[in-house]
Design a protein around this ligand. Structure first.
Ligand code: NAI
Length: 210
């Protein structure tokens, strides 16, 4: 495998889409796919796909196309979906509870181990077996458990301080749903999910048409 640090942001952003399309092909019993077929489905050119794949060694296309099942395994490894991740959610309101209620993440190896909130009415409740604890107990909880990812589902005004709390507890990976970009040390990996950015883009496209 090539040096991961040299993979461009644009290629990284396409990885989930490759994985999604390939898993779909596999599910539908497709055994081989050429770069032009895959490109057609994904709205990319065949050469773009080959270029992207070359960042990871090319996956040895032989004869007619790539072996779909093998490619799925490769992408699973590249994305790191071949292991388990333990997560905690901070902010057990609407979104936090929705994440906890979704069983799909577990099937992919992402386990929400606990949730934390400041609201006494939520503390002590559990969602699909996932307990909501007082955020005051977060530090001791993290010290006694192996937690990989901290998920931020608090109001945006609290997101930065919650992020800093998570990092001070030793959590290095943050999945942030609050609509601000949290600022953290360089060794912390943050993925901001701005749902409304996506909605704004839809809105732009609606209005750019007219
Ligand atoms: P919510 O108000 O239902 O839940 C927020 C929870 O965070 C509350 O239970 C509150 O007690 C808790 N909280 C506040 N300060 C805290 C702290 N310091 N530590 C721990 N918990 C704390 O809000 P909702 O709808 O769940 O949204 C959460 C975040 O996600 C917001 O930033 C929102 O903008 C964003 N978001 C939510 C969407 C949704 O569909 N609900 C969609 C897009 C973004």
């Amino acid at each position: 495998e090539r040096d991961r640090r040299r993979v461009s942001e644009a290629v990284i952003r396409r990885l989930p889409k490759y994985y999604r399309y390939l898993m779909e092909l596999k599910k539908n019993g497709v055994q081989r796919v050429s770069s032009s077929e895959l490109g057609q489905k994904m709205g990319l050119t065949a050469s773009q796909i080959r270029q992207d794949f070359n960042c990871f060694g090319g996956f040895g296309q032989q004869g007619y196309g790539y072996n779909v099942a093998e490619l799925c395994e490769e992408f699973k490894k590249i994305l790191g979906l071949d292991r388990q991740y333990n997560m905690i959610v901070v902010g057990a309101g609407n979104l936090g509870q929705a994440l906890a209620n979704y069983s799909g993440f577990e099937k992919e190896g992402f386990f929400i181990k606990a949730m934390f909130d400041v609201n006494p009415r939520l503390i002590g409740m559990s969602i699909r077996g996932i307990e909501i604890y007082d955020v005051d107990n977060l530090r001791s909880y993290v010290a006694s458990q192996h937690i990989d990812i901290g998920v931020i589902c608090t109001p945006k005004e609290k997101a930065q301080e919650v992020a800093e709390l998570l990092v001070s507890c030793g959590i290095k990976y943050i999945w942030n749903f609050a609509p601000i970009d949290v600022v953290l040390p360089d060794d912390v990996i943050v993925e901001n999910v701005h749902l409304s950015d996506s909605l704004y883009i839809l809105c732009y496209r609606i209005n750019a048409k007219s």
